[in-house]
Design a protein around this ligand. Structure first.
Ligand code: AMP
Length: 191
């Protein structure tokens, strides 16, 4: 399952709730990769590379392909088994990452892959992000990220739609978190 959507649409929250649901109700192992979390964990480490990512993360800028691709690939190598439920959020956010992700899902022969697109209006997204108050949630950073998510999500979604490996599910995330979660679980046919 791949969770896509603008910042503030609740990708991380919904992906974590699906992870929790599957861990409770399904015997298969579950692996959840959040690119934002992976980058934040990496950024907190010592070292020159981690140090170089910090200022641009704080400005809300996309991180380079070699780093995001490396973190994602390492995660798969560590966690994939034939039965692992794979949950991904915050990735892919650019066409090069899409190619990388698709090559991995082809390699692991995963089909169908559900792409859960969480839609939200700008107003609600901004309201949520301001409330969340993370270090990179300054008004400038929020505006920058909303702009690039819009520019970058559209071609990614079209690419998924054109590829039979992927099934697109669109869920409006304006309602409260748990209501949205029920809609996602239903759309994925877990309930
Ligand atoms: P998120 O937790 O999804 O809001 O992501 C936090 C920050 O991590 C973003 O503002 C970007 O700076 C960076 N980031 C997250 N996902 C990606 C990605 N797929 N590619 C590049 N940078 C990313």
């Amino acid at each position: 399952m791949i969770f896509l959507g603008p910042q503030g649409s609740g990708k991380g929250t919904e992906a974590a709730l699906i992870e929790e649901f599957l861990k409770k109700n399904d015997s298969r192992p579950v692996a959840h990769f959040s690119m934002g979390n992976a980058l934040r964990e990496f950024m907190a480490e010592d070292g020159y590379t981690a140090q170089r990512t910090r200022p641009s993360m704080d400005r809300g800028e996309l991180q380079p392909l070699f780093l995001t691709g490396g973190l994602f690939s390492n995660f798969l190598i560590r966690h994939m088994t034939p039965h692992t439920h794979l949950i991904i959020d915050g990735f892919p956010r650019m066409d090069t990452q899409l190619i990388l992700l698709n090559s991995a899902l082809e390699f692991y022969d995963r089909k169908p892959v559900f792409v859960v697109y969480l839609s939200i209006t700008d107003e609600v997204a901004i309201e949520r992000l301001v409330k969340r108050g993370r270090a990179d949630d300054t008004p400038e950073a929020i505006k920058k990220r909303l702009r690039w998510t819009k520019e970058q999500n559209a071609p990614i979604l079209s690419w998924f739609k054109a590829n039979p490996r992927y099934q697109i599910i669109e869920v409006d995330t304006t309602p409260p978190i748990l209501e949205t979660n029920q809609a996602v679980l239903k759309a994925l046919r877990f309930i």
